[in-house]
Design a protein around this ligand. Structure first.
Ligand code: WT7
Length: 649
């Protein structure tokens, strides 16, 4: 259990040069809550506007008239803010440092070079017929062209939808069709941990499933693999872009024009397209990046996420570039060629700020201290984590072994929906408690409520709500505004429901306790149990499936599937493997069930509702107290489930 009273002060060496102090944080936070219009009116000026805004906030969270608008009469361009405006002062500064999968493979791109690369890429998109407002799907490995593609879309006003390269053709096709994206950008293959990922093959399969939706495919050469190109539809970037002009003026965009769609899992149904817009998102991305990471001009910032997730959008691309920072893009994995890789690359590029996920920390922790200790890491001054609650053991290891007690840890709680960090121990501004999200960022007012929606005061445990809008808030679910309203604003009217549980301790620190809905968090990747279930039941042998999370040493949560088979199908280990394969094909490897239990029946109420609470307890191997089982239609089912449980230590 975490010890709420264990506190570490800000390391003295860090505090001496920190941008924030506890007093400054308190002062700015109070101002942001007292008068959001004035606060965000002032901080919106951190961007370059083609037409300055005169209105700041136009928000209603009333379900009848739900809208979220910030800076809505302002005009700007995201790529101009991320690139062009830095050219006069930072033209020769590295914008990106790319570290390849192979440790001998790396290069740097300056802001001047980025300007050329993105302008050319944008002209290629125009050549392919992409226009302002069109959706463009990006299915790419972690190479710089992925970031050029994003910024090129932003430059011409197209809306990008980046789909993680680990998703299957089926999952990719679903996302393409949902947002009616006619252009798909991919690569021949990806390279991760020495293994090749057949992106073009997957893209072709997705295009087939999407049945004519994909009109143009732009293919980047990464490995040089021999891939099939469909005449008229497919184009190599190096061919179509060979003689293209490097002059592409940034398109003037309204602050509320869409910037990107990013699909994320919910508690029900298929993934939803979270929509972020231009002005507010960039204010939020750049402001949080600056304050959360105590940014200084000479920092080398490394966020180890994939650009396929929101973390990559906000803290590899948009936040760092809007701030004129140097951002590292890493193609590989933390354990290749060995468990020293992160720290070796930190030494090589003199990384000053390092941001990763608890699951990576736990995986490296298992390899012991030697791979860490053999590197210097002296350049690092700040560490960060994101994606799931960090267990105190992993926090301590990160702090003592990796950071040598010199570096504060920023544990950043946020969501795809929030655009950027919401709750965080801002460095220099607060003592640290291992595992605590700690305090709200400027403009964020969290509250805790019980199941009935009563606000809880003081030390308490409840559901986490946010009471007012912030500039980086998602604007809608693409193509389904009602789903936006239903998901976030209906359970507790007038507030934003995060889906997370949270505890506030005696000192006012917030501790995120995890999802309270049917969303699980596997290695920091968000997965809807309903999605895995529907993948399972699409297999011929499966009659019914129920999926829950269970505690997993490395992944945080593992996927536990209860499966009932159709009559006549035999419960064999082969079938088990087959089902895992099937889910990988339907969604992707990240959705692979870790444990599958074949069950003659699932515990249901008399009205037929699956009692997930019981399934969770059995999966957690904590079946001694199953709570109230009196509403079960058939109590015998539970006895069998316990007897054949799969999670035995
Ligand atoms: C969910 C959002 C934020 C980008 C990566 C995940 C969990 C995220 C933390 C943290 C505890 C965290 C929450 C949240 N989560 N960061 N620092 N401490 N939990 O984005 O895929 O939209 O998932 O991840 O449960 O709701 P996402």
């Amino acid at each position: 259990m975490s010890d709420a009273n264990k506190t570490y002060p800000v390391p003295a060496g860090f505090a001496a040069n920190a941008n924030l102090t506890p007093e400054k944080y308190r002062e700015m936070y109070a101002a942001s809550i007292a008068d959001p219009e004035a606060f965000w009116g002032e901080h919106g000026k951190r961007l370059d506007w083609m037409t300055p805004y005169t209105t700041v906030k136009d928000v209603s969270w009333e379900t009848g008239d739900l809208h979220v608008k910030w800076y809505s009469d302002g005009v700007l361009n995201v790529s101009a803010n991320c690139i062009d405006r830095h050219l006069a002062t930072r033209g020769d500064k590295p914008a990106f440092i790319w570290e390849g999968d192979d440790p001998s493979d790396s290069y740097t791109v300056t802001y001047n070079q980025l300007h050329v690369a993105v302008s050319k890429f944008a002209n290629v998109l125009k050549e392919l017929g992409v226009k302002k407002g069109d959706r463009v799907t990006i299915y790419m490995p972690m190479i710089l062209e992925a970031t050029y593609a994003m910024l090129a879309c932003a430059r011409i006003g197209a809306v990008h939808s980046v789909v993680f390269g680990g998703f299957s053709p089926e999952a990719l096709a679903g996302r393409i069709v949902d947002c009616k994206s006619e252009v798909l950008i991919t690569a021949d293959e990806g390279l991760r941990g020495g293994r090749k990922v057949p992106l073009k093959v997957n893209a072709d399969a997705a295009a087939t499933i999407a049945n004519g939706m994909v009109k143009k495919m732009l293919v980047v050469r990464r490995t040089g693999a021999d891939v099939a190109m469909t005449e008229g539809r497919d184009h190599w970037l190096h061919e179509i872009g060979a003689d293209i002009s490097a002059d592409c003026p940034p398109e003037p965009m309204s602050a509320e024009d869409p910037l990107f769609i990013l699909y994320t899992s919910g508690s029900t149904g298929q993934p939803k397209g979270v929509l972020h817009t231009t002005g507010g998102y960039l204010v939020w991305a750049s402001m949080t990046h600056q304050y959360v990471f105590d940014l200084k001009e000479d920092d080398v910032f490394w966020c180890s996420a994939d650009v396929g997730w929101v973390t990559g959008h906000t803290y590899i691309v948009y936040g760092p570039l809007a701030n004129g920072a140097t951002s590292v893009l890493f193609e590989g994995v933390p354990t290749y060629p060995d468990a020293s890789r992160f720290w070796q690359a930190c030494d090589k590029h003199q990384v000053t700020i390092f941001y990763t996920a608890p699951t990576a920390i736990r995986a490296l922790m298992r390899e012991g201290e030697v791979p860490v200790r053999k590197t210097s890491r002296k350049s690092i001054r700040l560490l960060g984590t994101v994606g799931e609650p960090i267990n105190p053991e992993a926090w301590e290891w990160y702090f003592h072994v990796v950071g040598e007690e010199r570096c504060p840890i920023v544990d950043t709680w946020w969501q795809t929906e929030t655009g950027g960090t919401m709750i965080v121990p801002l460095p220099g501004a607060t003592d640290m408690k291992p595992g605590a999200g700690s305090h709200p960022f400027f403009g964020i007012k969290p509250i805790l409520v019980d199941a009935e929606g009563n606000t809880l005061e003081g030390a308490a445990d409840g559901n986490l709500l946010i009471t007012d809008s912030w500039p980086g808030q998602m604007r809608t679910v693409y193509g389904d505004h009602q789903r936006f309203i239903d998901t976030y604003f209906t359970a507790y009217p007038g507030t934003y429901f995060t889906g997370d549980g949270c505890r506030r301790d005696e000192d006012g620190f917030y501790w995120i306790t995890g999802r309270v809905d049917d969303v699980i968090n596997v290695s920091g990747h968000r997965m809807g149990t309903a999605e895995v279930e529907s993948a399972l039941v699409s297999h011929d042998a499966v009659a019914e499936a129920a999926v829950v999370g269970y505690p997993h040493d490395i992944k945080g949560q593992g996927i536990y599937a209860y499966v009932t088979l159709v009559a006549g199908c035999e419960a064999t280990d082969d079938l088990r493997k087959n089902l895992v394969q099937h889910v990988r094909a339907e969604i992707g490897p990240i959705a692979s069930p870790d444990l599958i239990q074949f069950a003659p029946g699932l515990p249901k109420t008399r009205s037929g509702k699956i009692m997930r609470r019981i399934l969770r307890k059995i999966a957690e191997n904590e079946f001694s107290n199953l709570g109230d089982t009196s509403t079960l239609a058939d109590p015998e089912v539970v006895t069998d489930l316990i007897e054949h449980r799969q999670n035995r230590p």
